[in-house]
Design a protein around this ligand. Structure first.
Ligand SMILES: [Zn+2]
Length: 397
């Protein structure tokens, strides 16, 4: 498979994906699109619909989807990368490649907190954040897009530090609460500075994750006012139910549900969001690598879990892992839309899975089989080595 480590300097490209069985748009308001064909030029989506109505001439790559479902590549809103495709957290290599095989094409760092010897002095933490942003921007493991360089705020930071970080290309804060700042007043001030310079923020919600970390309760989350309520279902320990419902009701921040959290609290969040009419705020992450290891299929498992136990149509559950995250986090991927990146996962109902269709089998709690991933219009992986085998497998023709 092609391995795209550097920006391409080739000529114009045109990707045609034909013979698609079902197009999932990533958009909650219209999760299924009509059509059997998607076209991308130079890595960006340009058209979709019935093949007969589209200009398929001059393709540089043609994929026969063989009747498979095409969805935007899945997005993991909460990971803790360190460097390349290695994590010291569980001494594991190639966890990002394995995640690509789970249909995920974009990862968002919630802080590079597992770096051994992570600097906590201000010049050091800024230097590491800038370096981490660069090393994942310069090197995409197996083609995966990793948005990293997410500093954890520490006491002593001043407004100028956030300005410096933003000017150097840092766009994210790591989880508030993982550093020395554990009071809402200081956190609120720093999150405000971050926001002023265009840096998004998230917060560790719930009990301590590992020895050395601390409790962040609903009052602190609300006072801090981050853009995303990081792992609202705990990572791993969830807040009491009344605090979770209070968080859903009292602000408009993203409601991030993670694999490494409490599944009952995940369902409580989902049901509360549904009652409040704000399912568009629900986004998904794994929180891996972590104490529970890495989860190459974590996002797919969350989609199946929320769809089956939370009674959400599978096509909507896929939006939690795609378009919802795109909108909450202002990404250029995650929906079938003109001008967005041609990042896709092609999948089919797993062999021998109950249900008449892929969507029905997911609603019954089963994972689909991934047959191909595409990033920026280029094929990045074929039949997944991790999912159950798909009934049909797309092919490059
Ligand atoms: Zn956390």
């Amino acid at each position: 498979m092609p391995h795209d480590d550097a920006p391409s300097e080739e000529g114009p490209t045109k990707l045609v994906i034909r013979n698609i069985g079902l197009i999932l748009s990533g958009k909650l308001e219209e999760p299924i699109y009509d059509g059997d064909c998607i076209i991308a030029e130079n890595g960006k989506i340009v058209a979709w619909g019935a093949e007969a109505d589209l200009d398929t001439e001059g393709a540089t790559t043609t994929v026969d989807a063989m009747g498979c479902t095409v969805a935007p590549g899945l997005i993991d809103s909460h990971i803790h990368p360190v460097v390349g495709d290695y994590t010291p957290r569980q001494q594991q290599l190639h966890w990002i490649d394995s995640t690509l095989h789970g249909g995920v094409t974009t990862l968002i760092s919630a802080g590079e907190v597992h770096m051994p010897g992570r600097p906590k002095d201000i010049v050091g933490l800024k230097a590491m954040a800038i370096a981490a942003q660069r090393w994942y921007d310069n090197f995409r493991p197996s083609g995966m897009k990793v948005h990293a360089g997410a500093p954890v705020i520490e006491h002593g930071m001043v407004e100028e530090d956030f300005k410096d970080l933003a000017e150097a290309g840092v766009k994210l804060l790591g989880e508030v609460g993982l550093g020395t700042v554990k009071d809402g007043k200081t956190a609120k001030e720093m999150v405000g500075w971050a926001r002023k310079y265009g840096i998004q923020s998230t917060i560790h919600t719930g009990g301590p994750s590992i020895p050395g970390s601390g409790l962040i309760d609903a009052d602190m989350v609300l006072e801090t006012g981050t853009d995303v309520i990081g792992h609202i279902n705990g990572g791993h320990t969830a807040l009491p139910d009344d605090q979770i419902t209070c968080l859903c009701e009292s602000c408009t921040a993203g409601l991030e549900i993670v694999h490494n959290g409490n599944e009952r609290a995940a369902l409580l969040t989902l049901n509360t969001a549904r009652e409040l009419g704000c399912l568009d705020r629900v986004i998904l992450g794994t929180d891996g690598p972590a104490g529970s290891g890495v989860q190459p299929l974590g996002i797919m498992r969350m989609v199946a879990m929320l769809s089956s136990l939370g009674n959400i149509a599978a096509e909507q559950a896929f939006c939690f892992a795609t378009g919802n995250t795109t909108r909450q986090r202002e990404l250029d991927t995650g929906m079938i839309e003109e001008g967005l990146c041609a990042d896709f996962v092609l999948m089919d109902q797993a062999q021998h899975a109950p249900g008449k269709t892929l969507l029905e089998s997911v609603q019954l709690g089963n994972l689909p089989g991934v047959g191909m991933t595409i990033i920026d219009g280029k094929v990045t992986s074929g039949r997944s080595r991790n999912t159950p085998p798909a009934g049909r497998i797309p092919k490059v023709v």
